[in-house]
Write a protein that binds this ligand. Structure first.
Ligand code: 4AD
Length: 456
């Protein structure tokens, strides 16, 4: 039976002392000395490598040695013993060594210890084997688990909304359209009888389900055809969208703050090795920053006040600031990183800046919107209370030049037993940037899609 390295490193080393185990993995480094060979083996289940010691008696005529190369896959049986080295408590004294798949060192691209993230992006089939990528992927898995635990513990139901959709939720014209398909005679036609798109958000369908089940959340792939070649945008990303019936903007903000804190706490408890790796190699001070996030209430600023703060900021911005302009990443980061020095929720944006579905405030100028801004990333969450008044919504749809017929079902939800409701969307990859200290969103999703890039 194979033992995963996570089992060995995840418990008290004393418990493993003297135990016979079989481990499998890929060689990270190999050092052949006169009578003994040292391997660093990793199986992707933990950030830590297992040191394997192969004595001369295992390989008396040195036939094995040339096969023990970086990248080769191996299966090793042996005993775990106390290590005299200062880097690890345990090492594996090999008794049987099997090379499962040889890896030619003359051609294998992952030879060096450190490769640039740009280079690694060109070999997305191999980069998950690197220490940093492995750690990112394990944190990604943990954050998915934290998401389900948080919402399930609060009584939310996990629902699935369609990936192919006919409705434009955000109204930004950033949808990927499905190409017409040939019919039996080879003539191109719209498969669904009308134009169809990849979804930009599951929110509208999520509202349908919340207005039947009370509290729901979606967690799925989302697509935006915006030509944003930035370190914060992807053409395909994952979004978590809770939607709550009988809830207002306050409930929405409370849920968003609790959810983010839950995620950070969960990763701090379950991904210690990964976080200390990021702290060492990516962002000194990461753990202190995360500790800050969970131990203080988030700041809150209405949009109008945020504009005043930005106008008085002791620095200049590339994009000028005035009431009515959308906040740019530089403004968002200033507010979170420098002014508040913690996550900040900006509320009540001008209605012209936001989507048609947001609830209009009594001032007639702003809507009950909220964006959660954090350091390094800027906007991590966008949400709002939804317009539940039929007449107001009808008016909004008309005034934006949208077609009432396209939203007939959305309007009927307001006609048949309407209730106040609210929700938000969190970009999963931006959460990963925030928690890991990684700089580029293309490095926190295994197969990134962005303009001119859809490899694999
Ligand atoms: O602010 P957005 O566009 O909100 C919505 O889609 C709403 N329907 C959500 C809701 O209320 N249910 O997107 C929500 C979040 C952003 O805050 C950001 O974190 C992320 O999704 N996001 C992206 N992440 C990566 N690449 C992109 N191109 C993104 N666009 C948005």
């Amino acid at each position: 039976m194979r033992t995963k390295l996570r089992e060995i490193f995840g418990s008290d080393p004393l418990q493993w002392m003297g135990k016979e185990v079989t481990v499998c993995g890929w060689i990270r480094t190999a050092r052949g000395q006169k009578s003994v060979t040292f391997l660093e083996v990793n199986d992707g289940t933990t950030a830590l490598n297992l040191q394997v010691v192969i004595g001369a008696e295992i390989d008396p005529d040195r036939k094995l040695l040339p096969l023990l190369t970086t990248g080769s896959s191996v299966k090793i049986r042996g005993s775990l013993l106390q290590s005299p080295g200062k880097n690890q408590a345990l090492e594996l004294r090999a008794e049987v060594v099997e090379v499962i798949g040889f890896c030619d060192p003359a051609r294998y691209p992952l030879q060096k210890k450190e490769h640039s993230f740009e280079f690694l992006r060109t070999i997305a089939h191999l980069r998950p084997r690197t220490q940093t990528q492995g750690a990112v992927l394990r944190v990604r898995s943990a954050l998915a688990m934290a998401t389900h635990l948080f919402f399930q513990e609060r009584g939310f139901f996990y629902v699935h909304t369609p990936i192919i959709t006919g409705s434009d939720c955000e109204g930004g014209g950033e949808m990927f359209r499905l190409a017409p398909t040939p019919d039996n005679e080879g003539k191109a036609h719209d498969f669904f009888g009308k134009p169809a798109y990849l979804t930009v958000s599951g929110q509208l369908e999520g509202e349908i389900l919340a207005l039947a089940l009370s509290d729901i959340y979606t967690f799925g792939p989302t697509f935006r055809a915006e030509n944003s070649n930035t370190s914060r945008h992807l053409a395909e990303f994952w979004m978590i969208e809770p939607e709550m019936a009988f809830a207002d903007l306050e409930d929405d903000i409370e849920c968003a703050e609790s959810y983010l804190k839950y995620c950070v706490r969960y990763v701090m408890a379950h991904c210690k090795e990964e976080l200390s790796l990021f702290e060492r190699s990516l962002e000194p001070g990461l753990l202190a920053r995360l500790e800050q996030v969970i131990s203080h209430p988030f700041a809150r600023i209405p949009y109008t006040e945020a504009i005043d703060i930005l106008k008085k900021a002791p620095r200049s911005f590339v994009y000028p600031v005035a009431w009515g302009v959308d906040l740019q990443s530089e403004h968002e980061r200033f507010l979170a990183e420098e002014y508040c020095k913690k996550p900040v929720v900006v509320t009540d944006y001008p209605k012209e800046l936001k989507a048609f579905y947001m609830r209009e405030n009594p001032d007639g100028k702003t809507v009950a919107a909220m964006d959660l801004l954090v350091s390094r990333v800027g906007e991590l969450i966008g949400g709002s209370q939804r317009e539940e008044r039929l007449d107001v919504l009808e008016h909004k749809i008309a005034s934006r030049g949208l077609r009432k017929e396209d939203y007939w079902w959305y309007l009927e939800l307001r006609d048949y037993g309407t209730v106040p409701h609210a929700g938000f969307g969190l970009g999963f990859e931006r959460l990963l940037l925030f928690v890991t200290g990684m700089e580029n969103i293309r490095d926190v999703i295994p197969f990134p899609r962005f303009p001119n890039h859809a490899e694999f």
